[in-house]
Design a protein around this ligand. Structure first.
Ligand code: CTP
Length: 395
């Protein structure tokens, strides 16, 4: 996801510097060119050789050290940087950058970079809340630096407080949000549904389906990485929900109906990837627990078809549905496209190996009024990317 991107990882003197090694490794695994800069103080916490072994690049420390042509080096690096992550950012380095002091390799390079700079403060609770540090952080934010709020938890000295550097994945997520994709959905409001609705049968049991939410979650993540303002209406899911996305929980079809219709007017793109129950037990709230052995007589009623309702209300929105079929995939899906007044339907055949519920891959046919595109077997992330590329072409 970071192929041809240069991630500048700037590491200052804080015990959290050990986490930076993992960040370097994770970015490298995502194919980034990772360039690590360290302050002199950071060397007290982690050895530059660690970063050099992980990234395959020289770790740069200060302007007078180790026979490098640093004055040229820092400008060249600043020019090719796709993103800078300063993690951990000590109070000292935050203070220097906020006040225009550039007296080593790290601060001079950051100052010469025009790309997005993400700063992850890591320090003791009282230092973090010191008004001078807070003022410096606000000043950096006002200049467009992105500040990662530190976690609350046990700090290095055993105290509980604010100032903990978030885990490595969280910081890599900030990098991905910044540069994994072109921002071709910027300014768009996107609403996605994901997962399996659950319809109560009695106070203990429910009726549901095998959807894990992987496809809907991959769609929400892709739209977020492309710069959209994303809301994910999540029924029951078995996968972690994506960062930087507004999550709205909806357990039943009725809750999902309300969550989606309430937000529909404001949206530009809506993708219904949730597997919504078509029927629910009647009068579930009044039902008592069915004793085992007894044969329950359950009456069912239809749930509202959310997608069809959206098709009726549609004005400017691009509306995309999913269709699960076991036979006549294209015909049945094309009928749904027409009947529900959709702009696109993503059909998958549950009988094909590697497609449908629970798998990490999918085989999708994207159907629109003007034709269809068969996608080969691919990861749900890649399928999500293809679906949004198709949607963007039609906006
Ligand atoms: N859907 C919905 N509300 C429902 C049922 C389904 O919004 N009560 C949406 C799903 O999220 C999916 C699309 O409708 O995007 C198609 O779902 P599917 O179950 O394949 O089709 P149905 O219209 O329910 O028809 P059938 O079950 O007969 O195939």
């Amino acid at each position: 996801m970071l192929t041809e991107k240069t991630v500048v990882l700037a590491v200052s003197g804080s015990i959290a510097a050990y986490k930076a090694a993992n960040i370097a490794r994770m970015c490298k695994k995502l194919n980034a060119d990772v360039q690590v800069l360290m302050t002199k103080n950071a060397e007290n916490f982690i050895n530059p050789i660690t970063f050099e072994s992980l990234t395959g690049n020289k770790c740069l420390i200060d302007t007078f050290d180790r026979n490098f042509q640093y004055s040229v080096e820092h400008v060249a690096l600043a020019k090719k940087a796709s993103v800078v992550l300063l993690a951990p950012a000590s109070a000292n380095v935050i203070g220097k950058i906020a006040n225009g002091i550039a007296d080593d390799m790290l601060t001079t390079t950051i100052m010469a970079c025009t790309c997005k700079k993400i700063i992850s403060p890591a320090m003791n609770h009282n230092m973090f809340h010191n008004p001078i540090v807070q003022d410096n952080i606000k000043k950096l934010a006002s200049y467009g630096y992105e500040i990662v709020t530190p976690d609350r938890g046990m700090l290095a000295n055993g105290d509980i407080g604010d100032g903990r550097m978030p885990d490595e994945q969280t910081l890599v997520n900030y990098i991905l949000k910044e540069c994994a994709f072109e921002k071709d959905l910027s300014g768009k409001k996107v609403l996605i549904t994901a997962g399996a609705t659950r319809e109560p049968l009695d106070p203990v049991r429910f009726i549901s389906n095998h959807s894990t939410g992987k496809m809907g979650v991959a769609l929400a993540e892709n739209a977020m990485l492309r710069g959209a303002d994303v809301t994910l209406v999540a029924a029951h899911t078995d996968v972690p929900l994506p960062p930087f996305v507004t999550i709205v929980k909806a357990e039943t079809a009725a809750e999902m109906y309300t969550a989606v219709t309430d937000r529909f007017d404001d949206c530009d793109i809506v993708v219904m990837a949730a597997a919504v129950a078509d029927y629910r037990p009647k009068n579930a709230a009044e039902n008592k627990i069915k004793k085992s052995g007894a044969s329950p007589e359950i009456e069912f009623e239809r749930t509202q078809d959310i997608l069809a309702e959206l098709g009726r209300r549609k004005t400017h929105q691009f509306l995309c549905g999913f269709s699960m079929e076991t036979e006549n995939l294209v015909e049945n899906s094309a009928k749904k496209l027409e009947k529900k007044n959709l702009d696109m339907i993503c059909a998958n055949n549950l009988k094909i190996k590697g497609a449908g519920f629970g798998t990490d891959t999918n085989v999708i046919t994207v159907i629109t009024k003007d034709g269809m595109q068969e996608l080969e077997l691919m990861s749900k992330q890649k399928a999500a990317e293809n679906i949004f590329t198709s949607i963007i072409k039609r906006l």
